[in-house]
Design a protein around this ligand. Structure first.
Ligand code: CA
Length: 375
């Protein structure tokens, strides 16, 4: 708490400095328009904003969602709000996205909340936790189940307004160069798997490491790691993992419905007229769904190519392994909740929502998937 308070004080000081020096949130200029009669119409203020991201520029799905948001906002606002998108490293390094937006270096950022677990561990719940909500359930929880209020509360001390802006859907368990037929096969495995999923794996004897996306192909090729998770067929095919791994395991138990976030500097957001604020919220909501649609359509095509053109061996993780991963996940979540009240608050909310969702989805989504298979 003390550290958070200190961060808050620094933020307040920086914000005041930005206001005094005229730098920061509002970098707009005014464009006066003249009417046909020669009279000057009310000037249209044009806001020129920067968006930093944790993805390479135009990276399939993740990077293109940021571009789509920018295009949409430009059109919806009639050019009054211009958002220039920067890929990872172009303005600030990927992992400085949160701080850059918090401090107003950029007005917005597009990233994943669970990258910021060093700021607040509860951020994990706003991306995805193992055996947690799928995309449909995440959207329900965020927008109608109290999730957004908790997210706003969590990011308030960081001077940020969060919005959901994308979802990959259920990911894959990952690419493996060793067969996983039992729990014993996990022992000694070296795998790239970040976050709570990595913590769970490490309790089963896995050496869980985090390596940036760009280094994964070589790490697999040279045997530095035996396995890696990334996203799903759409993104994994683009990275060429099928050239350096033997088996493609499913399902992505560790990331069942990862949400992407749009973070907005609070002063910048508050400086906008109400209609532009609504445009940001509306465009984020549209991109949130659009990205899932993009993944849904492209994952099917990419999986087909992986299997039928590249002969990839696609396998399910054994039930025994999944059941144990689930059991340990609950243990890890409970342990963190016991020592972190902020984490516990969000955990309790999401857990309660999930219990209800499971009850209903058993007789709706799940029953329908099963019915579809009956012939
Ligand atoms: Ca992943």
């Amino acid at each position: 708490m003390k550290k958070q308070f200190l961060n808050l004080k620094i933020l307040v000081a920086m914000t005041l400095l930005a206001a005094l020096t005229g730098c920061g949130a509002d970098s707009g200029n005014s464009a006066a328009a003249e009417s046909a009669s020669g009279q000057q119409a009310a000037p249209q203020k044009v806001y020129k904003w920067k968006m930093v991201t944790t993805w390479p520029k135009n990276f399939p799905g993740l990077g293109t969602a940021a571009e789509n948001f920018s295009t949409m906002v430009g059109k919806m606002s009639g050019g009054r709000l211009e958002v220039k998108v920067y890929g990872a490293g172009q303005l600030v390094p990927a992992m400085e996205t949160f701080d850059a937006v918090s401090q107003g270096t950029a007005e917005m950022g597009h990233s994943s909340a669970y990258y910021w677990k060093g700021k607040t561990r509860a951020s994990a719940f706003f991306t995805s936790v193992p055996f947690g909500l799928n995309a449909q359930e995440m959207n329900g929880w965020l927008h109608y189940g109290g999730g957004m209020a908790l997210w706003n509360e969590l990011y308030e001390p960081f001077n940020l307004v969060p919005l959901a802006a994308g979802n990959t859907g259920v990911q894959m368990a990952g690419w493996f160069n060793k067969e996983i037929n039992s729990l014993a096969d996990l022992d000694g495995l070296k795998m790239r798997i970040p976050g709570i999923g990595g913590e769970v794996m490490s309790r089963l004897g896995v050496e869980a490491v985090n390596i940036p996306g760009g280094e994964l192909y070589t790490s697999m090729q040279t045997g530095v790691i035996d396995a890696t998770e990334w996203v799903g067929p759409y993104n994994d095919l683009a990275f060429g993992f099928h050239q350096v791994a033997k088996y493609y395991y499913y399902p992505g138990w560790h990331e069942p419905g990862p949400t992407l976030e749009l973070i907005v500097n609070k002063q910048a957001f508050n400086s906008l007229p109400e209609d532009l604020q609504a445009i940001i919220e509306g465009a984020a909501r549209a991109v949130n769904q659009d990205m899932l649609d993009d993944y849904t359509a492209h994952n099917y095509l990419a999986l087909d190519e992986l299997v039928n053109t590249h002969g990839v061996d696609v396998r399910p993780l054994p039930d025994e392994v999944l059941a144990e991963l689930n059991r340990i996940t609950q243990q890890v979540l409970e342990e963190i909740a016991a020592e972190d009240p902020e984490f516990k608050k969000v955990y309790d909310s999401q857990k309660a929502f999930q219990e209800q969702a499971i009850k209903y989805h058993k007789i709706s989504e799940q029953a329908y998937y099963r019915a579809r298979e009956l012939k």
